[in-house]
Design a binder for this molecule. Sequence first.
Ligand code: AMP
Ligand code: GLY
Length: 416
Amino acid sequence: MVGSGGREHALVRALAATGWTVFAAPGNPGMAADADVRDIAMSDHAALVALATDEAVDLVVIGPEAPLVAGLADDLRAAGAAVLGPSGAAARLEGSKAFAKEVMLAAGVPTGRSRTVSTVDGGMAAVADFGLPVAVKADGLAAGKGVVIAQSEDEARVALVSMIDDAAFGAAGSTVVVEEGLTGPEVSLLAISDGTAVARFPAARDYKPIGEGNTGPNTGGMGSVSPVPGIPDPLADQLVDEVHRPVIAEMARRGIPFSGVLYAGLMMTPGGPKVLEFNVRFGDPETQALLPRVAGDLGDILLAAARGGLADQPVPVTPQASVAVVLAAANYPGDPRTGDAITGIDDALATGAEVFQAGTTRDGTGTLVTGGGRVLAVQALGDDVAQARERAYAAADLIHFDGEQMRRDIAAGMDA
Ligand code: AMP
Ligand code: GLY
């Protein structure tokens, strides 16, 4: 397992629970109970290849997008490893929003009207054509911060100048995708593929803004839920037929087959579902809610996707609902305060909930302390969303650290 966040902790947990022996790099303190954690940087491809070869691992799962875009899967495959994750070329579906748009257009996948520009004037011409509000998106990876929804021409111009002229995101923003403003509820639909077959998860939703009622600046995600009312399984199947399958077929046609997890961020607009973005990996924190629903051996499915021969059917899941609530550090999503002692994790686990660590570390005395923005996620199952959220919050309330931030409205009001 390559990665160090809550998504990767959830993957480690699911694999260990079904009897897999797991190595994690660079890992986090929470994974130590379930995995042999190795302190190897994700950018150190040679050391990761050596670990995979020396330990003769059956499968390498790459969690985050940056190493995928940097070609880690290619380097591992060249050394003979089976890898869950796309090649660097196929990871461009996330690494370049302009490329993703081009593939969607070629594949006939529904998405907002857009134009790819590399000058402020070109961008403003697109803004004039599309009207307001309008989305201004840095082409490349920007750690979730490269999208501005502009309500006025001034805001659009400020965003374009900052990305193109001031290089706020470096090379990632020298090309910008300007997209018509869309409205509607959002849904995350994740599917695993071996390049041909598609195995979707049930629909999930994440909560990006820091504040209750979806107010304030965006974060990496403050909580998640699955299922999503309004996106029952037959609709999820239809969305996979309209989005994931044509994209995977188009990638194969181009000679850059996509294998790994294809995550479609969709908006259910009055004009039908539209793709906002693709990610080429599991979502964080959607994964923390989704994986505890998986029935059976997740590792077998991931291995089949990596080797080829994946069964073309949805990932089997329990009918139970799942909710994950994130506890974030003081000052997040600004520069988070670190070093605050964390208590109560064992009490939370004793309720039957899961606690997936992300921004945690051990101080000089071995005490578990905060070490990042999103510190951990507390997840619980229930017979319905209401029960799952009640259990998740009951467990989360047993965990404490100074400056803790937690949204109280994750998965609230979802039961129809
Ligand atoms: P993205 O990284 O493209 O998913 O964008 C991040 C967030 O910006 C999405 O989750 C949406 O909430 C919002 N967003 C993206 N594109 C649009 C759009 N065309 N219209 C309105 N909101 C959008
Ligand atoms: N939850 C959003 C993401 O993983 O990108």
